[in-house]
Ligand binder design. Sequence first.
Ligand code: F0G
Length: 459
Amino acid sequence: MDFPFAESYKIKTVEPVYRSTREQREQWIKEAHYNLFNLRSNQVFIDLLTDSGTGAMSAQQWAAIMNGDESYAGASSYYKLKKVVEEILGFPFFLPVHQGRAAENVLFSALVKEGDIIPGNAHFDTTKGHIEFRKAVAIDCTIDEAYDTSVSHPFKGNIDIGRLENVILRYGKEKIPFIILTLTCNTVGGQPVSIENIRLVKKLAGQYGIPLLVDAARFAENAWFIREREEGFRNRSVREIVAEMLSYADMFTMSCKKDGLVNIGGLIGMRSKEVFDKASVYNIMFEGFLTYGGMAGRDMEALAEGLEEVVDEQYLESRIRQVEFLGKKLDEFGVPVLKPFGGHAVFVDALAFLPLVPREQYVAQTLAVELYREGGIRSAEIGTLMADRDPVTRENRYPRVEYVRLAIPRRVYTDNHMLYTAVALARIFERRNFIRTGYSIVKEQPILRHFTVHLKPVG
Ligand code: F0G
């Protein structure tokens, strides 16, 4: 008999989660203006809104917190983190910030100006927000397969090299302060980028003298997929693959709330002293002094430990397998999901799930609200609401695919929570043909509207 898979950790501390009735949830979601961000956490049974900052820390991380050195300047916790950034990520210069978008704010303040063009694989929403806020333009050069839910491709996060070169030729290298590679690519479904693709992007960038910026939020999950799926990497350690992946980057930004295995924190890594000096000014203005930025000493201690733990293959196997467990169950139940499954989340194809709801009534949001009603499960809309309006025409930007993202916090839920989630979606799927209307917007902000939007049911 084959062994079933078992996690590489056991549970020391537990936290209660609350079940509710359908009537309670109907009331709560109405009060929340049909925006899942407005729910209180105790109104949610299983929270799959995000894998960001929601993970469980290890006993070693909690122990490290007691060693936090809270000195304003030159804290030993900073030097501990510096050593880990050098050893694991391979960067000589870094700045600590409070989270990923702070890294974008600081670095882009130093490097991005009005009219600039920033190509990459699909940009994350805060990344795009920080580009467009500076009146620059983000251009998505992801391969076409990424947007075709019917094809399976091992590296759907890859950049289409021809498309990238066309952007460089069309706008000129002077207009491009850097190219961004997001590893894994959240916006297209937590899909990885291959080493081969990173090498090709680096080569092209090098030919035109354009720096390469890696968004390393989920760097370890990306490395795991390279080990699993890319020819020639089976016998390499995740640590080695991480080192190679990041060796091609001139800079990185990182939300440490994902693969840093911490609840708050971010990093900017740089090879150029000149860029470091420029960014340092903004770091001091927006975040804090260079040796703590946006983090307390104890946060830096927990992060230094988290970066060591996340490259452990047994941990990564547990992590990726749990996401896969949920994906496989949904697939078994006939629910349309993006394949291959992502590293941090399973993405439900909302357009295939609810074909009768009109596009302009926010199909993915309709499904996300329905999932909350059905099972008290909170998910995230990755669709038209998140895509915002075109900055010039102010029309809705309809993405090619609309997803409901089920993001799995790290080391938090059990497989039974995953099964419960799959059953809730299967139950909605059975009655999908009765869901024919969605929502309209009552109130919205000009940028990043999905966080605060107010909606009302159509009809
Ligand atoms: N880059 C990527 C690829 C991300 O997924 C995120 C955050 C950020 C940057 C910004 O980092 O939240 O620390 O400021 N993603 C979260 C999510 C919010 O739910 O996917 P942050």
